[in-house]
Design a binder for this molecule. Sequence first.
Ligand SMILES: Cc1cc2nc3c(=O)[nH]c(=O)nc-3n(C[C@H](O)[C@H](O)[C@H](O)COP(=O)(O)OP(=O)(O)OC[C@H]3O[C@@H](n4cnc5c(N)ncnc54)[C@H](O)[C@@H]3O)c2cc1C
Length: 261
Amino acid sequence: MKIIVCVKQVPDTNEVKIDPVKGTLIREGVPSILNPDDANALEAALALKDKNPGSTVEVVTMGPPQAKIMLKECLAMGADKGYLLSDRAFGGADTCATSTTIAAGIKKIGDYDIIFAGRQAIDGDTAQVGPQTAMRLGLPVVTYVEDVEINGDKAVVKRQLEDGYEKIEVKLPCVLTCVKELNEPRYMTFAGIVDACKADITVWDHNDVALDPADCGLNASPTQVARSFTPPAKGKGEMLTGTVDEMSKALIGRLKEKHML
Ligand SMILES: Cc1cc2nc3c(=O)[nH]c(=O)nc-3n(C[C@H](O)[C@H](O)[C@H](O)COP(=O)(O)OP(=O)(O)OC[C@H]3O[C@@H](n4cnc5c(N)ncnc54)[C@H](O)[C@@H]3O)c2cc1C
């Protein structure tokens, strides 16, 4: 079985701030990590490989040259091969153009049985890239995957709902987008780190994946970001004190002052 996992290098969002003047993310000095849902996607792929000897797991990302480090981390966890789609022409991509490029890369890798992605990236947060990539490849997609088993030429998938789950049978090849409840990602091994340091990452530009620059990056991004900002901090809360009766009267008074009652 050939399994492909879409992985994205993201800034550690616990450390990201927005420049109040420019309205853009301040990325300087912010460490980058493997997007958390993608770690679950990779673990699902590696677990399938463990159960099906002879299978391979290949990771693919679109990003700047430094995303190679994240791909090497994936190799150190157990992935067999890494692909970096990197080109100035891919810069400024919205989700529409991102999925066009990823799908072109996956088409070139070819012969896949199953494609995993995270449900969403913690920086962009749209959860659109997985389903859009499936659409571009003409594949069925199941989102919010919290369990997966392979049964012949089908995947039997548990799909998370707010108050339960759905069990869905989907024909391979397909795209599955994964949530954190799916598994606990494994750690990199020492031998894996040594091998990953020596491994080559395949780097492809727009020519390699047969994309016209007009069809990728900013040129093919219909989304316009009008403004990014940090919401102003809310004022300090007020604690009411006294008996229940006194607090209720005070609360009703405050709501009337604000014309909410
Ligand atoms: C006009 C515009 C310009 C932008 N310019 C830039 C820019 O210059 N640089 C930049 O970094 N971002 C840019 N962005 C943000 C960029 O569009 C998104 O980060 C990107 O499309 C992924 O969307 P998302 O983060 O919402 O991912 P989601 O849809 O939330 O991700 C879901 C899953 O898809 C997969 N995935 C997502 N992105 C990738 C990827 N790159 N490679 C492999 N797998 C992936 C992962 O498995 C991920 O878990 C721009 C956005 C807009 C609207």
